[in-house]
Design a protein around this ligand. Structure first.
Ligand code: DOR
Ligand code: ZN
Length: 430
């Protein structure tokens, strides 16, 4: 197979006139007119938007342990179809990715599959138990070269342990990603604490459970001169805390999920656990403030929190259901719906929040790069005008728990290239 691809007539960042982009030997070889090598594969872009490949800082791939819901292979396919060229695989697998054996396995398996760069996230504490620090240094120095550590799914609640992790992280030049949820404030919690939870009779999940940990950890990071990343910001109050912390020079970054940008707790009237997620869906005011914070840069990036779950873990009574929803194949469309169509972000902005900032935060030097000659050809081609209808069964994930079932969404990923190789095209894996 040819290792050259000619992308014909693409608009870089959705700007200016369409240009041809020649990809050769894994890099962008030429932008603009020139000779077409005979054996180059042609991709007709017809004025579509060319962006740097998306990077997801927050994906649950479920391997090892729950291969009945997702594997590194199926999740990589979903990522490539969603326009991603790199994903960070969360550590809450079984066994937990709290040692170099597990992280190296995930890393190697990702390479074998070859559809997307799979970067394992290492656990902060042994077994995600929040009692003892895991061997961060060993994981950072392993073949997987772990750059991001998180106990995601649970919060590193002990302030002393969190402080130690942050201090240790500075020496390793890695980032601690916190799932901000004060567990003492969410015992038995089922839904955002507010009018809706009161009406439905669900135990409430207060905004302060998130905001108090974000405030605490920003202060810990500031004093330790450490980098901190806040996972799935879900409340307006958290954006206020982040703005304050950033103004004071805290090295804090933050992500928001597509579902927290679009969906609200108004959906909970159906009692359908498809809408159950951690942190919970919040109010209309929260979604609006999250969108604004993403546009302003107070929230740095979009991360999916792609969380596949088996039918028996979602199609059951609300309180017994697992939290989480699929996200990799719908993320771009939700960003188009909430941020582009509303005028809050242009395509340069989409490149920033879906590719450049997450690559920087995750320490990737070959993703989120500018669209320039000589740069690695990790690319996503998007048809901004096309629409599609979401069908959970048709997604590449093994699980099908999408909250967008039957919805018509704008923005279609028409091709993804990883180091110059087409990984997905027209909705199919290559
Ligand atoms: O909804 C969620 N699901 N939130 C998390 O923090 C963990 C995730 C999972 O692993 O299913
Ligand atoms: Zn989480």
């Amino acid at each position: 197979m040819s290792d050259q691809v000619l992308i014909k007539g693409a608009r870089l960042y959705g700007e200016g006139d369409p240009v041809d982009v020649l990809v050769s030997d894994g890099v962008i070889a030429r932008i603009g007119p020139g000779e077409t090598p005979e054996d180059a594969v042609e991709l007709e872009a017809r004025g579509q938007v060319l962006l740097p490949g998306f990077v997801d800082l927050h994906t649950h791939l479920r391997e090892p342990g729950r291969e009945d819901t997702e594997t590194i292979a199926s999740g990589s396919a979903a990522a490539a179809l969603g326009g991603y060229t790199a994903v960070f695989a969360m550590a809450n697998t079984d066994p937990v990715a709290d040692n170099s054996v597990v992280v190296d396995h995930v890393w190697r398996r990702g390479r074998e599959v070859g559809l997307v760069d799979v970067h394992p996230v290492g656990a902060v504490t042994v077994g995600l138990k929040g009692e003892k620090l895991a061997e961060l240094g060993t994981m950072a120095k392993s073949a997987a070269n772990v750059r991001v550590f998180s106990d995601d799914g649970v919060c590193v609640a002990d302030p002393l342990l969190m402080r130690r992790a942050l201090e240790y992280s500075t020496a390793l030049d890695v980032v601690i990603a916190q799932h901000a949820e004060e567990p003492r404030l969410t015992v038995g919690a089922q839904a955002h604490e507010g009018e809706q939870s009161a009406r439905l009779g669900y135990p409430g999940w207060p905004a302060s459970a998130e905001e108090s940990i974000v405030a605490r950890d920003c202060l810990l990071a500031l004093h330790a001169k450490a980098r901190l990343h806040i996972c799935h910001v879900s409340t307006a109050g958290t954006t206020d805390v982040l703005r304050w912390a950033k103004d004071r020079g805290t090295k804090v970054s933050a992500e928001v999920t597509p579902h927290h940008l679009l969906l609200t707790d108004e959906r909970l009237t159906t009692y359908d656990p498809i809408n159950k997620v951690n942190p919970p869906l919040r109010t209309r005011d929260d979604t609006e403030r999250l969108r604004q914070a993403l546009a302003d840069g107070v929230i740095d990036c979009v991360a999916t929190d792609h969380a596949p779950h088996a039918v028996q873990d979602k199609d059951c009574e609300w309180s017994a259901a697992r939290p989480g929803m699929l996200g990799l194949q719908t993320a771009l469309s939700i960003v188009v719906e909430t941020m582009v169509r509303t005028g809050l972000l242009d395509w340069r902005g989409v490149a920033r929040v879906m590719s450049e900032r997450p690559a920087e935060i995750g320490g990737l030097s070959d993703h989120g790069r500018p669209l320039l000659e000589g740069e690695p050809a990790n690319l996503t081609l998007v048809d901004p005008d096309a629409e599609w209808t979401v069908r959970g069964r048709e997604l590449a994930s093994i699980a099908a728990n999408t909250p967008y079932e039957g919805m018509r969404l704008p923005g279609v990923v028409s091709a993804t290239l990883l180091r110059g190789r087409i990984t997905s095209r027209e909705g199919k894996i290559e």
